[in-house]
Design a binder for this molecule. Structure first.
Ligand code: 5AD
Ligand code: SF4
Length: 460
């Protein structure tokens, strides 16, 4: 979501005649796009801001801005901790950035544009204060020109007790389907082959316009019609809303990736209750069964928080047990980080010692890595369709000039594949034969036209 916000802000500033530079010394305006999901993300921003202090002192005409979730959460506190900052802009006010920069340049002073807090007004007022910002797109700011994010929903109404997102990004609001469809067509015209639909609980998407109601599954059907788009992915899913209707749409629409990121967070009912996740282990198991029934071979991934308030060793071991049972393709594991303003911060003690959080993190990671390795090994010997994304990091270091370089890409199910190939394959979807697997990567070779007839294509 933050990468997309950066793309949008850069597009709007380019419209004003700005260009992008890597060097703060050359920049007239320096904007920090921030995350506040964990304390570590905020600490990184504050230390990066600290490095701007001298620069601003030497060049007071430079405008320094903080945008995104930390701006919404900390607001005036940012001016206290970094008094040289000129503008603070929440994720719901990004469209105001060009004006705010102009005002800071012409009038000086410090300027804040943020949304209303969740209890600062009527629901409709609060919603209106979180405006989604999806204007002209800027292909140059994307990870690659043929892959694009597309926002379908802003905000979140789930209020998991540990999470700051419902405060920073406001109430859940779906974007009108026609607007999303038009944006997908623009992206396809710009060369996007793969779009990733974004929402905090993307599968909870719904849009009502008078009597007309659009569900997430219906939106998938609509977007499937866009010529030029070959792959559709979506993140992040909410377990309770992984309905049969959604799974049938994924099954019936070949462009939609059978890849589902559905965070479990914990394998213990008592912890899930304290987290107010809205489901039990039993509900999650049923969802897994539904997925396997409708989408055999789908890749499922998860997020976990270890060391949540009051998490006992027994509760943590339940997470280990369920992880072994669910066999996720991969998992992102986080140590609980107390966030000001959340229910867990107000009502529960952050009482799991840091070394215990670290140990549980390592233990769960080791279990997951073993599963990921075994999961990847099933592809050894098989060819898989890969969207070639570009040179691998290693290749950039090793081979600057040669034609054949180490390339990296992703399968329909979001598995990373590394192989030797010609640079011109970048942006194409091609079959790669897999000869080795690690927990994180599949290693392969390009399947040539001579070898192709002998190869059986897998749906993955
Ligand atoms: N502490 C640690 N991890 C968190 N997440 C969200 N809030 C917190 C927090 N306070 C994790 C969840 C979520 C992912 C994006 O970040 O696992 O799914
Ligand atoms: Fe945060 Fe829960 Fe909403 Fe995800 S569903 S953004 S974890 S409140």
């Amino acid at each position: 979501m933050n990468m997309l916000d950066s793309e949008m802000v850069v597009a709007s500033l380019r419209g004003e005649g700005y260009g992008v530079t890597d060097s703060p010394e050359d920049a007239d305006t320096i904007l920090f796009n921030t995350c506040s999901i964990r304390e570590q993300a905020e600490n990184k921003t504050y230390s990066a801001l600290g490095r701007m202090r001298q620069l601003k002192q030497d060049h007071p005409q430079k405008v320094i801005g903080v945008m995104g979730c930390m701006a919404q959460k900390d607001q005036g506190l940012i001016f206290k901790r970094a008094p040289f900052v000129d503008i603070v802009v929440g994720p719901g006010q990004l469209q105001q950035i060009p004006d705010l920069i102009r005002t800071a340049q012409s009038q000086g002073g410090q300027h804040t544009a943020v949304s209303l807090g969740r209890t600062d007004g009527k629901v409709e007022q609060v919603k209106r204060s979180h405006e989604t910002f999806d204007p002209l797109r800027d292909p140059e700011m994307r990870p690659t020109p043929f892959q694009a994010f597309l926002r379908i929903q802003i905000g979140c109404d789930k209020f998991c007790t540990y999470c700051v997102v419902p405060m920073t990004r406001g109430p859940e609001q779906g974007r009108p389907p026609q607007q999303i469809f038009e944006e997908a067509k623009i992206l396809a015209d710009q060369g996007a082959k793969e779009i990733t639909l974004l929402g905090q609980t993307v599968n909870s998407y719904r849009f009502r316009d008078g009597e007309t109601h659009t569900s997430f599954a219906e939106l998938l059907h609509l977007l499937h019609e866009v010529d030029g788009i070959e792959r559709i992915k979506f993140v992040t899913n909410y377990p309770k809303d992984m309905t049969v209707e959604v799974l049938q749409a994924v099954r019936d629409l070949p462009k939609v990736s059978p890849y589902l990121h559905v965070p479990l967070q914990s394998g213990s009912d008592s912890v899930l209750k304290r987290m107010k996740r809205g489901y039990t282990v039993g509900d999650y198991r049923e969802m897994m069964q539904r997925i396997h029934e409708h989408l055999p071979g789908a890749a499922i991934s998860s997020d976990f928080i270890v060391g949540f308030c009051g998490e006992t060793e027994e509760e943590f071991q339940e997470t280990i047990k369920l992880t072994k049972e669910c066999r996720f393709k991969n998992s992102f594991i986080f140590k609980y980080s107390e966030r000001t303003g959340t229910k867990s911060q107000k009502l529960m003690a952050d009482d799991v010692p840091y070394p215990t959080k670290q140990r549980r993190n390592n233990e769960l990671l080791a279990v997951q890595n073993q599963i990921s390795l075994e999961d990847n090994q099933q592809f050894v010997g098989a060819p898989i369709e890969v969207l070639v994304e570009g040179r691998s990091k290693k290749s950039v270091k090793d081979n600057e000039s040669g034609e054949i370089v180490q390339l990296t890409g992703r399968t329909h199910c979001d598995r990373i594949v590394v192989f030797q190939g010609n640079q011109r394959l970048v942006g194409q979807i091609i079959p790669i034969g897999i000869y080795e697997a690690t927990a994180f990567t599949l290693l392969g070779t390009v399947v040539t036209s001579e070898s192709r007839p002998q190869v059986v294509q897998l749906s993955l």
